[in-house]
Design a protein around this ligand. Sequence first.
Ligand code: GTP
Ligand code: MG
Length: 202
Amino acid sequence: MIIKTAEFVTSAVKPQQYPPADMPEIAFAGRSNVGKSSLINTLVNRKRLVKTSSTPGRTQLINFFIINEMFSFVDLPGYGYAKVPVTVKKKWGPMVETYLSERTSLEGVVLIMDIRRTPKQEELSFIDWLRHFNIPAILTLTKTDKLSKTKQKKQQMLISETLSVDKDDLLLFSAKSRHGKDKVWEAIESVSGNTEFCTPDP
Ligand code: GTP
Ligand code: MG
């Protein structure tokens, strides 16, 4: 995928604030600080399109980006960070559920998990939500650079059992080494029926 342009469009809480749903859209979700924003930046070859932070819970709004003036990426706020104020936590569920249920242009969600951690109830519930709304899920294990190849395989197996999915459905990724970037792009292209995602590299 050749990235010609990648632009921030707007931040939103409610559907009235979303940009028009006139392009195929892929959203990125996962626990706070897991590396959602870093994954988006890696996919689009930009260091700072999306703000990343070592302080968890920085992304608290739904952020919309337009790539190549053809499709849209959405950085969803992370869940599960204890220090986020209760008022923010209470808003997270309805904000994300409304987005998932109402966004007509949404073609798939990349759910990002830390390869070192066993998925918890939040991940299981999130996958259930996606199934319920009939939204294809791309399951990605990130920060693989933190583990040896052997440990990566072991964690991939363990996480696949916890989530009751095939281990090959868990894509391995690292924003640090950029390993797995092409696989994530391929998955995005395959969930999207839209050929805009599939512009071949020259
Ligand atoms: P919130 O928006 O706060 O929910 O976080 P986020 O999920 O967007 O995470 P972000 O991309 O901001 O990354 C959080 C921290 O993890 C940053 O310090 C990143 O540099 C680091 N990080 C993200 N991806 C990787 C990775 O693949 N490997 C390593 N080693 N660090 C990573
Ligand atoms: Mg973020």
